[in-house]
Design a protein around this ligand. Structure first.
Ligand code: NAP
Length: 483
């Protein structure tokens, strides 16, 4: 099955920080892929903006290098790449000064969609928003895209929301959480709300628990100084894991409409119980095998910042009372794997003698690698020998079900940028959602800071600290293997 590509309207997309790491690794290669897919109309233009002086051609050369580095196969399509590069131009601009703004104003067209991607440090968001409006550059329907981190606590997130709100309305602000752009995450909504099969069972009566895992093999080297001020709770749990939890736990929205979906997610965040200290495990990786420890990578020998978190979360509402959600995420773990596993309860009564062969039904939603889903079900073990039970996966991996082309799903950034151009905010976080997530996160962080808790060391290449295993074992459950 070949994916349908619906072209978007003509646009001018300005990437502030167009020469930075995120633009080079994700945004610009992603735009090239959409161009190759035929989604960009001939009038679409992309304008890089940063302080350094570059000619248009120098910027194009920089983008060509980025495409070659991060999408080597696509870059071999030289004709397409040359045509794409013609859509690009560059403006040298200082977010904090006067340089470049009048040139940007002359460059922008008023009769196409205007989008401004703030791929710069959050400290510059307010300056850019101010200059875009004060200089009369951004039109009334202009969209701005802001990157994470959106604040480091409730107070700073609220301040950032207030700053942006001085210049743009909520319907113009697109707060990116790239996890929401992943194909499988959206599929989760399709599976839940486009089928009758799951929703009647989607509650604590039938679901024993939910596990959400985001495991990385890399450490923090290269960005250790930044990470050390943040830590896993702020960098991963407050945003990405929280969003995944919301999509699993939310009520069906009345329509697949941005505010209807976000209203339901907000209700979930507000229903989260405070987390007790005994329900959180924080870890910090040790060195070994030629790799540095967290303390070395962060260049802070006394750091108490965590590179791993496991926690048990309870949602106080009718649907979920009694079904814990276990979340874990960390760096330098055994494998790079992200998945959500929904584990169902035992049938009320077993008619089979083979109690040992029985396993719970589990719906596994895999985000990476191998995006897809599978449902673990019990069947009779084939062949003679009586009624012995065995578990098999009902596989819904995209490659098998829809053909290899469908497995080449667009990167999350590609999809999200096209959603900005379409003016669809469904997969972006609303200001109140972000604030509610911080309001839940803040007391957890304040708690361990007040107690002076140290994260537990764990060996690199493992599944994390011992106590994280205990977090599940004491409830008579176990984590799924990270692989
Ligand atoms: P980066 O590599 O440091 O790039 C920063 C960019 O901003 C450069 O193009 C820089 O160019 C420009 N810049 C800096 N000061 C400026 C100013 N005063 N006016 C105009 N442009 C300015 O940063 P990054 O890693 O791409 O990150 C960008 C944003 O994305 C940050 O908010 C970060 O938290 C977020 N983010 C990044 C990643 C990632 O993987 N990199 C992932 C998630 C979120 P000049 O120095 O020439 O001005």
């Amino acid at each position: 099955m070949v994916a349908r590509v619906i072209p978007v309207e003509a646009f001018d997309l300005v990437i502030f920080g167009g020469t930075g790491d995120l633009a080079r690794r994700k945004i610009l290669p992603g735009l090239f892929r959409r161009f190759q897919a035929g989604q960009m109309p001939p009038e679409a233009r992309i304008i890089g903006a940063a302080r350094a002086e570059h000619s248009d051609d120098e910027f194009r050369a920089l983008v060509a290098d980025a495409v070659a580095e991060f999408m080597p196969k696509a870059a071999q399509d030289k004709e397409a790449l040359a045509a794409f590069l013609q859509r690009l131009s560059y403006v040298a601009i200082d977010a904090k000064g006067t340089q470049g703004w009048s040139q940007l104003k002359e460059t922008m067209r008023s009769d196409v969609v205007q989008a401004y991607y703030f791929s710069v440090a959050p400290a510059l968001f307010g300056d850019i928003a101010l200059r875009l409006t004060d200089n009369g550059i951004a039109g009334p329907d202009a969209r701005i895209v802001v990157e994470k981190p959106f604040g480091r606590d409730l107070a700073s997130a609220r301040a950032l929301n207030e700053t942006l709100a001085k210049h743009f309305t909520e319907s113009q602000i697109y707060r990116i959480d790239h996890y929401l752009g992943k194909e499988t995450v959206q599929n989760l909504m399709a599976v839940r709300f486009a089928n009758i099969l799951f929703e009647p069972l989607w509650k604590s009566e039938y679901i024993d628990h939910v596990q959400i895992t985001v495991a990385e093999t890399v450490g923090v080297n290269g960005r250790g100084a930044y990470y050390d001020k943040s830590g896993t709770m702020r960098d991963m749990v407050q945003n990405h894991l929280m969003q995944l939890l919301c999509l699993i736990a939310m009520e069906p929205p009345y329509h697949f409409d941005p505010d209807a979906v976000r209203d339901e997610k907000l209700k979930v965040i507000r229903a989260l119980d405070p987390v007790q200290p005994q329900d959180i495990v924080r870890g910090q990786y040790l060195g070994g095998g030629g790799e540095g420890s967290y303390l070395e990578d962060s260049e802070n020998p006394h750091s108490r910042t965590e590179s791993y978190i496991a926690l048990k979360v309870a949602i106080s509402n009718w649907r979920w009372k009694g079904t814990p959600f276990y979340l874990r995420t960390g760096k330098r773990l055994r494998a790079r794997a992200s998945e959500i596993a929904v584990t169902f309860r035992e049938p009320p009564h077993s008619i089979f003698d083979d109690a040992e062969g029985w396993r719970e039904n589990v719906l596994v939603i895999r985000l990476q690698p191998d995006e897809g889903m599978h449902l673990m079900v019990m069947i009779k073990e084939p062949g003679p020998g009586g009624m012995r039970l065995t578990q098999v996966p009902l596989d819904m991996s995209f490659a098998t079900a829809l053909g290899p082309e469908a497995a080449e799903v667009p990167d999350a950034y590609e999809r999200l940028i096209m959603d900005v151009i379409r003016g669809n905010q469904t997969l972006f976080m609303r200001g109140d959602e972000v604030e509610a997530a911080w309001a839940w996160t803040d007391p957890i962080i304040e708690g361990w800071e007040a107690r002076g808790d140290r994260p537990q060391p764990y060996d690199a290449g493992t599944s994390g600290p011992e106590d994280a295993l205990m977090l599940m074992h004491r409830d008579g459950r176990r984590w799924r293997e990270i692989k």
